[in-house]
Write a new protein. Structure first.
Length: 346
């Protein structure tokens, strides 16, 4: 009940305050019919939060952005409200750049940004910082970063940070999932693991690291590898399906493992594996990253060999918590890392 009335108050205040205003919404609230808690709500401050997502049509980022919105709601109190605006960059950097310009014009109090292109990080960070707006970068780590080292000094800024997961860890877990199988991925016993790699957006460090570190984990375990095919599927299910179908036609039984940089593409690959009359766990292995609900089910019923939890909720919560700290003028770290978790059948 309490939550309900808070939410109702939040919506009203957000509407009254309008975009770009972070002033107390006392005037409008006073016009509301008197109700329980109305007095406290009259003093509420509304913060305007701009969230720019690289593309709504992305399974993982959909979970992520929904959680950002839901978690901001849980952070509202009688005196603090968050007016959250989420926009779709449609995988177009020019479009996203305009959206950030609009956020600046609208006077957002904080911006959470999932870049379309990390190569544009400097330019975008510069303009947001120049406008005096704190910035939380998420999901796509600006290129050039290495662990805790700052990105060309830009993330040294007191009001800019990155919240993400270290993609090297997810790649390593994928490789380990295969290395830890009884046959170590060498189904046909020819002494090497012959694999197909289906990559995400090649500019994205997640794609680069997952591709590199999954294979490195096999090699580090002393396993010989052979790359049959390595193609870009841009994180998309349909592309994953197409690439896997072509590779299975071309290389047939030689394909022992299909590595996908994310679960969406693994879902596509799984469909092609079935269509090619192959059976995961018997004559082929399949791994992804994200631990989408449907993929965790597949791992449990054996139609996927394993996946790696990319903690959308954990990252969304961290991003929101840090955004709120920035709004409160608290000092922050420049990097926040959320762990990946290996997911295999129990
Ligand atoms: C996720 C992918 C997603 C990508 C978007 C990655 O961390 O694993 O599923 O498509 O982020 O940038």
């Amino acid at each position: 009940m309490k939550i309900k009335s808070l939410l109702a108050a939040g919506v009203t205040l957000a509407m009254l305050a309008g975009c770009g205003s972070s002033t107390p919404a006392s005037d409008g609230a006073a016009e509301q019919p008197a109700e329980e808690g109305g007095e406290a709500a009259a003093e509420a401050k509304t913060y305007n939060v701009g969230v720019a997502i690289y593309q709504f049509d992305d399974n993982f980022m959909t979970l992520y952005r929904n959680e950002i919105e839901a978690y901001f709601k849980t952070k509202e109190t009688d005196t603090v409200k968050y007016n959250v605006t989420i926009v779709d960059g449609k995988n177009d950097m020019a479009e996203q750049s305009n959206q950030v310009d609009n956020f600046i014009t609208q006077g957002m109090d904080v911006i959470i940004l999932n870049l379309v292109q990390t190569s544009s990080a400097d330019a975008i960070i510069d303009k947001v910082v120049g406008a005096g707006i704190p910035l939380v970068l998420i999901n796509r780590e600006p290129l050039g970063t290495d662990g805790d080292e700052s990105y060309a000094g830009i993330l040294d800024n007191a009001t800019v940070c990155y919240v993400g997961a270290d993609a090297r860890q997810s790649g390593t877990y994928q490789g380990e999932i295969i290395a830890e199988l009884p046959d170590h991925g060498d189904i046909n016993g020819d002494g090497k693991v012959s694999y197909v790699m289906i990559e995400g957006d090649p500019e994205n460090i997640d794609a680069q690291y997952r591709t590199e570190f999954s294979i490195k984990a096999l090699e580090d375990a002393g396993i010989e590898v052979e790359c049959l095919d390595d193609q870009v599927g841009n994180w998309a299910q349909a592309k994953g399906q197409e690439i896997a179908a072509n590779a299975l036609t071309q290389y047939g039984d030689k394909v022992e493992v299909i590595f996908c940089n994310n679960d969406a593409m693994a879902l596509g690959a799984a469909a092609s594996i079935t269509a090619a009359n192959r059976t995961v766990g018997e004559d082929i292995y399949l791994v992804g990253v994200d631990a989408l609900e449907e993929c965790v089910e597949m791992v449990n019923n054996g139609t996927m060999t394993g996946t790696v939890l990319n903690d959308a909720n954990g990252q969304a919560h961290k991003a929101v918590d840090v955004a709120i700290e920035l709004l409160e003028g608290k000092s922050i770290q420049n990097y926040y890392w959320v762990d990946y978790v290996k997911v295999v059948k129990e």
